[in-house]
Design a protein around this ligand. Structure first.
Ligand code: GDP
Ligand code: MG
Length: 187
């Protein structure tokens, strides 16, 4: 135990349409596992992962939805105090990408962040493994254009973009370590 170290709690929320793989990404990152079975809820509001950043202990509190995203009816407690927002879509479902604009707007509406252009968003396109990539429909270039068109984070850069597979464990750690870097600028 190194309880004398300064502690910081950071809240990360994951948004995106139902079934894009939000819960699977969190499970992969936090528990190093993948569950084939579809479960709309994880039963808890958040999971926590402890990180050591520059001699500080940072508790990353990752908030997952419990299926309410189907109705776009996430309560205020879900959004309150968020330090970072991860936007997830499925590269095999076009409308899940289109929905990210709405999810981002919903996030901005539900929180009182003073300057959305300085707030850290990370964008993830998941399920790149599906059919060995053959069922992919979302155009990577279009996604990158959108990410570059929106300012985000303390230095108002573009939104970082990662393509992942929670199932095959591709790029999941990379996506979350970018998030850690963004957050370390805030601790
Ligand atoms: P959520 O509703 O966004 O939380 O999505 P889930 O994490 O519950 O995943 C929905 C379904 O997609 C489940 O059946 C998962 O097993 C599956 N899934 C999630 N991630 C991947 C992935 O990277 N590749 C593939 N092939 N399936 C995935
Ligand atoms: Mg889920």
């Amino acid at each position: 135990m190194s309880s004398h170290l300064p502690r910081t709690l950071l809240k990360v929320i994951i948004l995106g349409d139902i079934a894009v793989g939000k819960t699977s990404l969190i499970n992969r990152y936090v528990h190093q596992k993948f569950n084939q079975q579809y479960k709309a809820t994880i039963g808890a509001d958040f999971v926590t992962r402890e990180l050591h950043i520059d001699g500080k202990i940072v508790s990353l509190q990752i908030w997952d939805t419990a299926g309410q995203e189907r109705f776009q009816s996430l309560g205020p407690a879900f959004f309150r105090g968020a330090d970072c927002c991860v936007l997830v879509y499925d590269v095999n479902v076009q409308k899940s990408f289109e929905a990210l604009k709405t999810w981002r707007e919903e996030f901005i509406k539900q929180t009182d962040i003073p300057d959305p252009a300085k707030f850290p968003f990370v964008v993830i396109g998941n399920k790149i493994d599906l059919d060995g990539g053959a069922s992919r429909v979302v155009n990577e270039k279009k996604v990158k254009e959108w990410c570059e068109s929106i300012k985000s984070g303390p230095s108002s850069g573009s939104m970082p973009y990662y393509e992942t597979s929670a199932k095959e464990d591709i790029n999941v750690d990379d996506a979350f370590s970018t998030l850690q870097k963004l957050l370390s600028l805030m601790t």
